[in-house]
Ligand binder design. Structure first.
Ligand SMILES: Cc1ncc(COP(=O)(O)O)c(C=O)c1O
Length: 392
């Protein structure tokens, strides 16, 4: 059976998500339910475990090259799921998506050049850009009718700047849970063409999409020089610790440049477990993924109903993609310290603080809902109790 099973953490595990020191550092206490880092609380799909066991039971880890099969598996998956033909020769695989972004930033841009990001966005984007001495150019998203929108006027102004040659795009967008509309992606593509800006499209969450919202991959614009796609099976299949990422680069010159870099550092000498897990995920993981989507969708529906009825002061943005929700606590009218005291230390819920995405988001928090429904329900009931207590 390929259904979703909850993973019960063992005492000895070293998962960052529950590491007491890390929890203490982030939340001031270690006795807290963890909803912050984007790891699922589920056991992975059985076919992946079976494939990994086969490799382990061989009891041999000689140099091995199954990269053609890995690329084929990724390409077949995109064809099946998104009806997009990706050429297997255009992939370069690296061990993490963040590694991919870091290599692209290092190799394709010059010091002090500006790279656009749309805030609020996954914090390591900023970290990577600044660690390479490049500048972050923020184009904040705007909220209209409780939905995030791209501010195209601002974006165009920024894309037209001479110092800007790259745009780090996130679709589906972490942390807000939006899947950008086809029109949005097309507009970005046309602006990128017009101003000669290359888009690095992080699509790591592109398989976690709800209610059949259509997803438009940047790879749908074929033969463009302006496109690189970064993806991974890690979020979709809970394979974060397997370290599997890929870059898809249609442009020969850019691809050769990046390939030379990865070969220079022998990043193409791959881990056997990673390769077999990736093949199994993309060839045999679909049934499990469908169960996962149902499970997460049910968690989200429960939260929406609960907030609406029991805690209307807390607003949640519609979840179109990713398994992280973006909660707005502004109506509680608490300063940052009081909000953190309430959520972390009193209700004991370890959410990702909004301030990690920028000081202006201190009234927001991100929550990973890929966990059991009991854990979610316990957390929101505790939150309700603590909010009530604080009002008395
Ligand atoms: C948008 C986005 N990109 C990249 C990553 C990290 O990917 P990896 O662990 O493969 O580096 C995450 C993890 O949550 C993410 O949300």
């Amino acid at each position: 059976m390929n259904k979703i099973e909850i993973f019960e953490d063992s005492f000895e595990s070293n998962f960052v998500k529950k590491n007491p020191e890390v929890l203490k550092q982030h939340f001031g206490i270690s006795d807290i339910d963890s909803f912050w880092i984007a790891d699922m609380d589920y056991k992975i799909a059985k076919p992946i475990t079976e494939e990994l066991l086969k490799v382990v039971h061989r009891e041999n880890y000689g140099y091995e090259d199954v990269s053609k099969k890995v690329n084929q598996a990724i390409s077949d998956w995109y064809l099946k799921k998104q009806n997009i033909h990706l050429k297997t020769d255009n992939f370069i695989r690296v061990n993490n998506l963040l590694t991919a972004i870091s290599i692209l930033v290092k190799e394709l841009t010059e010091e002090n050049e500006e790279i656009i990001i749309q805030t609020p966005v996954y914090p390591p984007f900023t970290g990577i850009i600044t660690s390479h001495n490049r500048k972050v150019l923020r184009s904040p998203l705007k909220i209209e009718n409780q939905r995030y929108k791209i501010d195209f006027e601002d974006l165009e102004k920024k894309m037209s700047k001479r110092e800007v040659r790259y745009f780090l795009f996130c679709n589906p967008h972490n942390p807000i849970g939006s899947v950008w509309d086809k029109e949005d992606v097309e507009k970005i593509y046309f602006l990128a063409e017009k101003y000669d800006v290359i888009v690095i499209s992080d699509e790591i969450h592109s398989d976690i999409i709800f209610n059949e919202k259509p997803f438009t991959s940047f790879t749908s614009f074929e033969n463009s020089k302006h496109i690189t796609l970064v993806g991974s099976p890690s979020k979709t299949f809970g394979l974060q610790g397997i370290s599997s990422g890929f870059i898809y680069i249609p442009d020969v010159e850019i691809r050769e440049n990046i390939k030379n870099f990865t070969e220079k550092y022998f990043l193409h000498h791959e881990n056997s477990l990673t390769m077999y897990a990736t093949i199994a995920a993309f060839t045999k993981g679909e049934e499990w993924l469908n169960f996962l989507l149902e499970f997460v969708q049910e968690n989200f529906s429960w939260i929406q109903t609960f907030l609406h009825k029991e805690l209307p002061q807390i607003k949640v943005f519609e979840l179109e993609g990713t398994y992280q929700i973006w909660l707005n606590f502004s109506e509680l009218n608490l300063d940052l310290e009081s909000l953190e005291e309430l959520v972390f230390r009193k209700a004991k819920i370890g959410l990702t603080p909004g301030k990690w995405f920028g000081e202006e988001y201190h009234n927001y928090m991100r929550m990973n809902i890929a966990c059991s429904s009991e854990k979610i329900q316990k957390a929101f009931n505790k939150l309700k109790k603590e909010i009530k207590k604080s009002m008395n």
